[in-house]
Design a protein around this ligand. Structure first.
Ligand code: IPE
Ligand code: IPE
Ligand code: MG
Length: 256
């Protein structure tokens, strides 16, 4: 089978079941306009709203976004407190509309360093949207891939469970969803920056120069089109994938 026909038979896998995004470039977006960095973060919330709506329209069931990394505490104190304030404000403003649209919120990340005001906001949003089924939105906040692997291993040890791949996967902060099929990073940097290290072992990576506040449905479509043209081999040869494509793709997705 030629590559073309193989890619045609990949149609069922063309829609990513889980998209992850490193929302980068807010600071540069603001600096280009002589605005404070936090203005870029505010505009980033607008971009997230657009992308959530676009995912729902396109039938993408899971979206995971990187909102604050374990390393972002190293930023100037005013920016960190600006981001915390923005999170609390965005929750009170956005959750009712997200919930109307069937969005279920999760906030994977280390809550031990967050203030009680922030933790209460996250818990309330998770509780108030727990019944929704259209889109799972994971807003990774104070998240780090290394933190996640470490906390999962610690949990298994505490529970006296064996350290196996399956057990670790089930103890990770995103165990409620499958691994991401597509990871997009905006802002032009070509790195993962400690996002979903364990979960992105077989994720397709798409990098764009577009700064996050400028990201929209058209940019999402470009990334999804690039994803649809990739051949995911999961360690097999191209010939093996072409022969057993429908079965192999389904198996790969279950595994991923
Ligand atoms: C991403 O945008 C948002 C966070 C890390 C919170 P940045 O703030 O990193 O924007 P740049 O990379 O400085 O442009
Ligand atoms: C990654 O962006 C973290 C988030 C988008 C929340 P950073 O701007 O912090 O990443 P680096 O510092 O360029 O690696
Ligand atoms: Mg950045």
């Amino acid at each position: 089978m030629s590559n073309t026909s193989a890619s045609q038979t990949r149609t069922p896998a063309a829609l990513p079941g889980h998209i992850a995004i490193v929302m980068d470039g807010n600071g540069r977006w603001a600096q280009k306009r002589w605005l404070p960095r936090v203005a870029g973060h505010k505009q980033g919330v607008e971009a997230l709203r657009r992308v959530v709506e676009a995912c729902i329209e396109r039938g993408v069931p899971v979206l995971s976004v990187f909102a604050f990394s374990s390393e972002n505490w190293n930023r100037p104190v005013e920016e960190v407190s600006g981001l915390m304030d923005l999170l609390v404000m965005a929750l009170s403003r956005e959750v009712p509309r997200l919930s109307e649209n069937g969005v279920r919120l999760h906030f994977p990340g280390d809550r031990s360093a967050l203030s009680s005001r922030v933790v209460q906001g996250l818990e309330a949003a998770e509780r108030d949207t727990a019944h929704n089924r259209t889109l799972v939105l994971n807003v990774c906040f104070n998240y780090g891939g290394r933190w996640d692997v470490t906390q999962a291993a610690q949990r298994l040890v505490q529970q006296g469970r064996e350290i196996t791949e399956d057990n670790l996967s089930s103890a990770m902060a995103l165990a409620h969803v499958g691994d991401p099929d597509l990871l997009i990073r905006t802002g032009g940097e070509l790195r993962i920056s400690n996002f979903l290290l364990w979960q992105s072992a077989y994720t397709e990576l798409v990098f764009t120069e577009c700064l996050w506040p400028d990201f929209d449905a058209a940019e999402l479509d470009r990334a999804m089109a690039e994803f649809a043209n990739r051949e995911r081999r999961f360690g097999q040869t191209a010939e093996q994938r072409a022969e057993v494509e429908p079965m192999a793709v389904a198996a790969g997705q279950q595994h991923a």
